[in-house]
Structures are given as structure tokens and as C-alpha cells.
Design a protein around this ligand. Structure first.
Ligand code: ARG
Ligand code: ZN
Length: 847
């Protein structure tokens, strides 16, 4: 009715499409695309529908004969050839269309970035290239010929014949259109080779614009590590003789797993010590891994329809998280992933955009590339692994690859391999995919006659369209400690399936429980716990995640009390002192423990507790607690700061990066006391971006960053990626009362190229990351965001819609702020000619 698409309406495509021949005659404003589709009807009497948008039809024929206007219907969204005009049996449909890549500002389909041709087809961008059944369950072999006066012409698969101004590519693996890619331009490669376990020689190329080639080594090494890891951890080998990876500056997302031709946002490829931070390095390796792992979980086995998106994304995120843990970060990786899930995905579940990991309806699928589909999807795979055990998990995955290779699958297919391998019934477990919301788990305990009993009660707050929630199957990892901190019960996996359930253990004395170890399920744990017990667990828990978690809860508890006027809790300050004194801990772990919960996270916690968060009070509490920690532990922090200096040439390895991370955390606290002396010295001396940018951020946060900001800008004005960081930090880290004015001033800066998605996200996202700044009482932050969304939408609907999620928390705040945000959302939704993307978002946000 309103263009909503429902999962229940799925029907298979009535034709088989086995081969596709595409010829591209590239020209910036008038590219010609010739397509020959070999189609075979599956039954009788079906008309042929092909998707197509913004295409100028030049010619249309079947088996060499032009079609007459009466034979087909051409609309804004596609082409339908009437059944009567189709021959019996197999036939070849030939089309020629014209498109204008240089006018394509939406960066979907074939577009141009700095003179280079590039594509982005997921989810439904191929229909802007040619008429085609643009749905993931139609899989075909692609043969591509590119004609264009450019030195490098790339497409999927293996290289075929080529000559001056033309090249052919052949992809032997059937694939859906969303995995098609084409790149053409003046590019240079950093190359290497990889030999698979079976002995296949693969050429690896990282393609970038001339001038960027000195920042590609890490990407190439990351790719090799990914290839080795997937062979070892999942038995998956690469399957083409070449793997091309291209970096582009204008890209709506992070990266894309096109078969044999991955395309990346340049910020996820280019790295050198001077220009990339430790965090950038980790992220680059993770995303290179992610896209590479898609070759099996996404490309060889794809999705039947877009409702199944988390089949490939949840699994592939789970795989990239495991990869990063194994090759780089170790156990702290779990802390980072759980923390991200809670701040971002729980936030989504708490607001008007909550949806199941497998949604059952949408208007614009691009709006569903969300933390729920990706990160919660990964948590669900993690739970399946916990429930099955490592060995059965691997068997289930082997079965998945064996049974479904070459197919377009569903979540049901995925769960079935686990049912077949483990003999379990996963009907209740499937609710994790089909139902929205974060379960809350209330825990009480009792001890009598040598028996310790834990009682859990689960309930899930309602989400849009889902007032009632059935109990979930929740894996709860539990360990028990005695009062000396020794484990009396090592980690056990409890399986909760009822609304309320108790589990008992024989133990000689009343133990201290460590519940939801390793964050074994994406739930909110609610337990009355004394600060003393939290401090005990922070000091003694044998589970690293829960140890960090205990400190986190303590911090949250004192911060929340401080928003209501309390003084910093001495117990927490003392616990931090013990932590700083403990030199057996990994620096990266200590750094995570020192990081206070963010302002947005505190607002989320207050709202969940039925209170109304006050952004300014939260900001002040956080700042006051940092000062209190610094004052109490100045000597220790200072000694640590000196001791943690990393000498010698920069390496992004976990060990030095962990030291730098902890050192910057110390610096951030010390800057509360030394008027920026240390931070300025570090900024001046730093020979790497981690420390240079770290010091700059700390100075800006302290209101002392003006001089350093200018120096930094002067040094980096010609480097796009570094300047993105600069734009972001100016607004994200500045004192909240300056944030909107700063954002407004920077939006007038000549270097603010708002049509570049990275630059737009840096500045506009910088403001929304400044919690108290964005939520300025007068509504100026809201108006600023709304103005920019309305301005960007006609150019680039995907990025505009994505950025609108900053409004999703509006119901948390006081009624004055709610009214201000509602007005802005209404203004957006009433804008004439709004894209489907932003119109769906603004309506869902208004709820
Ligand atoms: N499949 C890509 C990835 O996960 C992301 C594509 C995002 N597409 C979109 N329309 N938002 O790596
Ligand atoms: Zn992905």
C-alpha cells in the first residue's frame, strides 16, 4: 500500500538466469550498458519483470528481434515484458541503456569519485546500472567487457582478454547482482601473492590513487592474515586466481564484499604510522577480514531475500570479531565488542527504531544495515556457539558450507544445520532472530544448608509492533568465587528457557557469584549488588569480562549518584587505585577499566531506570569524577605515564598499542591537573598519529586545544583522511557549550566538502557524538542536524537517512527537548520530495 515489503510475501523468481553478458562503454555523462540475459522460464505464462531505475532505454530485443512498444511496460521502477511477447522455452533478452555516472551523487549504482568509476550495488543498486532481476536469489555467471580510455579496468572474477582501452572479466561463480562490481581509473597497485592450502596461486592487489601507494602495506598484510585465518579457523579457501581490493574516497559505507573485487572506503585501507591511529589499524584489519570472510559467508552462500541480511552479516561480524581476537587483541576484544553492543544496539532496542535481527517488513532496505542486524546478529551466532560447544559449532559450519554452497539461504536453513548436528530443537532460540528487544534478566540468590541457588526472571520491554514478548532461550555463563577470590565453581553454562528459573549448586560457604561471564548473552543483567561486592569482583573475578564489568557498574553507580549531587564514591576511587597499582594486568585491560561509561550510555542507563537524563548534569558528573580520580592518584598516574612511554619505531602491534592506550588514559586524567603541560609536550614530540591525535583530543576536551588544532591543521590540510579526524574532534571533544557554534563555523569552512560522506559524517557526526552539546537546551543542535539532513537528502539519501538515527533517543529526555526534537522530525518528514530512505526513517523516528 505505502510501498512496504513483507517477508511473508516472498515468491521465487519465475525464471532461471544462468549467464549474463555485460558490455560497458564508459563515458562520464553517457555510459552505455549492453546486457544479454539468458533466461529460462520455470513454468508457463509468467511475464518477465526486471528492475530498473534512472535508466534511459536505448534498445530492447529478444533473440535478435526488437520488441514493439505493445510488448512491454516501462515504469519508474522497471520493465515488464508481457508473457505473450516471450518465446516458449529459453531465450536471450538484449537491452542497451544509457546512464550518467558523473551525475550520480547518491553513490549507488555506477558513479564517479575523483575521476574514477566505481560501483556500489548492495542492496539494490544494480537496478541503476541495467534492467535486471535485482534480487539476491537470482544467481548468474557474469561475463563483463569494459571499454574506456583508462589504464585500469576491473570487474569480478578472473581476468580475461584485454587490450588498449578494453578488458574482459569472467566470474566462474554464480552470484546475485548485488555482488557485481566495476572499477575503472588511473590506479596503482600494491601487490603480493598467496598460495592456498590446496595450492592455488592467488595474485593480491590493493588498488589506490597515485600518491596513496605508500599507505597500503598494512592492508596487504591484513588480507594475507585473513586468508590464513579462514583456512585454519573455518577450513575456507579462496577460489579465484586474483583478489582485487580498491580504495575510494567517496563511499557511503565502510566496505563491500563484491566477488573478487572488494571496494573499500579509503579510510579503511590507507594507513601509515604518521596518519593512522592504533584504533584505525585495528579497524582496517577487521574490515579487510570482514569483507574477505564474506567470500564464503555472503558470496558462495548468499541470502534468499533482504530480510535474511543478518544471515551473512551477523555471521561475518562474528567471524571478524574472532579473527581480531585471535590475531591481535586477545581477551580484551570481548570487552570492546560487548561495550559497543550495549552502547549502540541496546540504544537502538530502547527507541523507536527497534527491530528484530530478521525484520519482517521494510520500505527501504538500506535503512536496515543496522547494529541490530550486524552486531546483535553476531551475538546470536556467539550464543549458538556457546550452546553447541566449539566442536559441534565447527561441524555445523562444515555442514552449512557443504549443504548450501551456491545457494541463496534463509535463517531457517542456518538454524537447521545446528539442529541436525546437535539434535537440539531451536524453535525457541529462533526468537532471537525474529523478535526485537533486549531481555532484562533479574537475578536473586539464596544460600541454605550448603546449597546456593540463583533465581533468574526474564522480561523484555515492548518494542514497536511487539507489545508482548515470549521468554527467550538464554545461555548464562556462571562461575562462583569464595571470599578469598578462589574459584569454587568454574564457568558453567546455564540454559534458561522459562520466564523464571532457578539453578542450585553445592558449596561449603556462601559464594560470590560471577554471572553472565564473557557476556554470554545480549541481555541487561539486573541484580542488587553492594559496591563492596562489585569492588571485590573488580579485584578478583577470574573472568576478564566480568572483572571489567564490575568496575563498569561501580563507575556507573557513582556517576549516576553524582548527577543527583552526590560526591564521588570513595570505594570506586580506591578500587581504581588498586587497579593502577596492579602491574600484573595487561595495559590494554587497565585502559578499558579506566574508561568511564560515556555520556550517552549514562543517559541510556538513567532512562532504563525510569528517570529523565539531564545531559549537562551527566557531563559535569563525568568530568568531576575524572578530576577526583586524578587528584587521588596523581603520583601513580604520573609514574605510570612516564613508565609507559613506548620507545623506538612505531608498530601497530597489540602490545605497544595497549601501552599507548593506557598512557593516553593517564594523560587524559593528568590534564585535569597540569594545565595541559604533558599533553602539549606529547603533541609536540609525537611521531605517530595515535599520540598526536590523542594529545590533541585531550587538549580540546580540556578547552586548551586552540594552538594545537591550528598546528595540526596546517600540517595535515592536504590529507583528506587526517582532516576528517580534525573536523570530527573539533566538535566531538570541545566543551559542550561551544559545540553547536563550532559546528556551525566549521560548516562554513572552505574545507568542509559536505558532499563527501566521510567529511559530512565527521562534522555532523562529531556534533551528535558530543552528547551535552547536541542536546543543548535551546534546540540549536537539533536544528543544525535537521537542516543538514534536509540539505543532504536530495544528494545522498543513504547517508542522510543513516545520520538521522542520532534522533532515535529523543524519548529519553525532558518534555521541552522532546518537543524540540519532534518539531525537527516533523519538519523533516514534511519536506517536499523527501527520499524513501529519509521519509521512512523520519516516520519511524516519530513512532
Ligand atoms: N555488505 C557490506 C558489508 O557488510 C555493507 C553494505 C552496506 N550496504 C548498504 N546499503 N548500507 O561489509
Ligand atoms: Zn558485511
Amino acid at each position: 500500500m505505502d510501498g512496504t515489503i513483507y517477508l511473508k510475501d516472498y515468491t521465487p523468481y519465475p525464471f532461471d538466469l544462468d549467464q549474463v553478458h555485460l558490455t560497458f562503454r564508459l563515458a562520464p555523462s553517457a555510459t552505455r550498458v549492453l546486457a544479454r540475459l539468458h533466461l529460462t522460464p520455470k513454468g508457463e505464462g509468467a511475464s518477465l519483470h526486471l528492475d530498473g531505475e534512472e535508466l534511459k532505454l536505448i534498445s530492447l530485443g529478444i533473440d535478435g528481434t526488437a520488441l514493439q512498444p505493445a510488448d512491454y511496460l516501462l515504469t519508474e521502477t522497471g520493465l515488464t515484458v508481457h508473457a505473450a511477447a516471450l518465446p516458449e522455452g529459453a531465450f536471450t533478452l538484449e537491452t542497451e541503456v544509457e546512464i550518467a555516472p558523473n551525475a550520480n551523487t547518491a553513490l549507488e549504482g555506477l558513479y564517479m569519485s575523483n575521476g574514477m568509476y566505481c560501483t556500489q550495488c548492495e542492496a539494490e543498486g544494480f537496478r541503476k546500472i541495467t534492467f535486471y532481476p535485482d534480487r539476491p536469489d537470482v544467481m548468474a555467471r557474469f561475463h563483463v567487457r569494459i571499454e574506456g580510455d583508462l589504464p585500469v579496468l576491473l570487474s569480478n572474477g578472473n581476468a580475461g582478454a584485454s587490450g588498449e582501452g578494453w578488458a574482459e572479466w569472467d566470474d566462474p561463480w554464480p552470484k546475485p547482482a548485488y555482488l557485481f562490481a566495476l572499477v575503472a581509473g588511473d590506479l596503482v597497485a600494491t601487490s603480493g601473492t598467496f598460495t592456498t592450502k590446496s595450492g592455488l596461486e592467488v595474485d593480491l592487489n590493493i588498488w589506490v590513487r597515485p600518491g596513496d601507494e605508500d599507505r597500503c602495506d598494512f592492508a596487504l598484510e591484513s588480507l594475507k592474515r585473513s586468508m590464513v585465518w579462514d583456512e585454519e579457523a573455518y577450513g575456507r579457501e579462496y577460489d579465484l586466481s586474483v583478489f582485487n581490493l580498491v580504495a575510494v574516497d567517496d563511499f557511503n559505507m565502510g566496505a563491500m564484499e563484491n566477488k573478487g573485487l572488494n571496494i573499500f572506503n579509503s579510510k579503511l585501507v590507507l594507513a601509515s604510522p604518521e596518519t593512522a591511529t592504533d584504533t584505525d589499524y585495528v579497524r582496517i584489519e577487521a574490515v579487510i577480514g570482514h569483507e574477505y570472510f564474506h567470500n564464503w559467508t555472503g558470496d558462495r552462500i548468499t541470502c534468499r531475500d533482504w530480510f535474511q541480511l543478518c544471515l551473512k552479516e551477523g555471521l561475518t561480524v562474528f567471524r571478524d570479531q574472532s579473527f581480531t581476537r585471535d590475531v591481535r587483541l586477545g581477551p580484551v576484544k570481548r570487552i570492546e565488542d560487548a561495550a559497543t553492543l550495549r552502547t549502540r544496539q541496546f540504544r537502538e532496542d530502547q527507541g523507536p527504531l527497534a527491530h528484530p535481527p530478521r525484520p519482517n517488513h521494510y520500505r527501504e532496505i538500506n535503512n536496515f544495515y543496522t547494529v541490530t542486524v550486524y552486531e546483535k546478529g553476531a551475538e546470536i551466532v556467539g550464543m549458538l556457539k556457546r550452546l553447541a560447544g566449539d566442536e559441534a559449532y565447527r561441524q555445523a559450519l562444515d555442514l552449512y558450507f557443504e549443504r548450501h554452497d551456491g545457494q541463496a539461504c534463509t535463517i531457517e536453513d542456518w538454524l537447521k544445520v545446528f539442529e541436525d548436528v546437535t539434535g537440539r530443537d531451536l524453535t525457541q532460540f529462533a526468537l532471537w532472530y525474529t523478535s526485537a528487544g533486549t531481555p532484562h534478566l533479574k537475578v536473586t540468590d539464596a544460600y541454605a544448608d550448603g546449597r546456593y541457588t540463583l533465581t533468574f526472571r526474564q522480561s523484555t520491554p515492548p518494542t514497536p509492533g511487539e507489545p508482548e514478548k515470549a521468554p527467550r532461550h538464554i545461555p548464562i555463563a556462571v562461575g562462583l568465587l569464595d571470599l578469598q577470590g578462589r574459584e569454587v565453581l568454574s564457568t558453567q553454562l546455564l540454559e534458561m528457557t522459562e520466564e523464571e528459573q532457578s539453578f542450585s549448586f553445592d558449596v561449603a560457604e556462601r559464594p560470590v557469584p560471577s554471572i553472565l561471564r564473557d557476556f554470554s548473552a545480549p541481555v541487561v543483567l539486573q541484580r542488587e549488588q553492594s559496591p563492596e561486592e562489585q569492588a571485590f569482583l573488580l579485584a578478583h573475578d577470574t573472568d576478564g569480562f566480568n572483572r571489567w564489568e564490575a568496575g563498569r557498574s561501580l563507575a556507573q553507580r557513582t556517576l549516576i549518584a553524582m548527577t543527583k549531587g552526590a560526591r564521588p564514591a570513595q570505594g570506586y576511587i580506591d578500587a581504581i587505585g588498586n587497579l593502577l597499582a596492579d602491574d600484573t594486568l595487561e595495559p590494554a585491560f587497565t585502559a578499558h577499566c579506566l574508561a568511564l561509561p560515556g555520556e550517552d550510555e549514562l543517559a541510556q542507563a538513567l532512562f532504563a531506570a525510569g528517570e529523565t537524563p539531564d545531559p549537562d548534569a551527566i557531563h559535569s558528573a563525568r568530568s568531576a569524577l575524572s578530576r577526583a580520580i586524578a587528584t587521588a592518584h596523581e603520583a601513580r598516574l604520573s609514574a605510570l605515564y612516564d613508565a609507559l612511554e613506548v620507545k623506538g619505531p612505531y608498530s601497530p602491534d597489540a602490545e605497544p598499542a595497549g601501552k599507548r592506550g593506557l598512557r593516553l588514559a593517564c594523560l587524559s586524567l593528568l590534564t585535569k591537573l597540569d594545565n595541559g603541560a604533558r599533553a602539549k609536550a606529547l603533541f609536540d614530540a609525537a611521531d605517530n598519529m595515535t599520540e598526536s591525535f590523542g594529545a590533541l583530543s585531550i587538549l580540546i576536551r580540556a578547552g586548551l586545544g586552540d594552538e594545537a588544532s591550528e598546528t595540526f591543521r596546517a600540517r595535515w590540510q592536504d590529507n583528506r583522511l587526517v582532516m576528517d579526524k580534525w573536523f570530527m574532534v573539533q566538535v566531538a571533544a570541545c566543551p559542550p557549550e561551544d559545540a553547536v557554534a563550532k559546528a556551525e563555523a566549521l560548516s562554513q569552512d572552505q574545507a568542509f566538502d559536505w558532499k563527501n560522506p566521510n567529511r559530512f559524517r565527521s562534522l555532523i557526526g562529531g556534533l551528535t557524538a558530543n552528547h551535552a552539546g547536541f542536546h543543548a537546551k535551546d534546540g540549536s543542535g537539533y536544528a543544525f542536524l535537521a537542516d543538514w539532513l534536509i540539505k543532504l537528502d536530495p544528494m545522498n539519501p543513504q547517508t542522510a537517512a543513516r545520520m538521522s538515527t542520532s534522533f532515535e533517543t529523543w524519548r529519553r529526555y525532558d518534555s521541552a527537548r522532546q518537543n524540540l526534537i519532534r518539531e525537527e522530525l516533523t519538519r523533516i518528514s514534511q519536506t517536499r520530495g523527501l527520499s524513501r530512505d529519509l521519509s521512512e526513517m523520519s516516520q519511524r523516528l516519530l513512532g
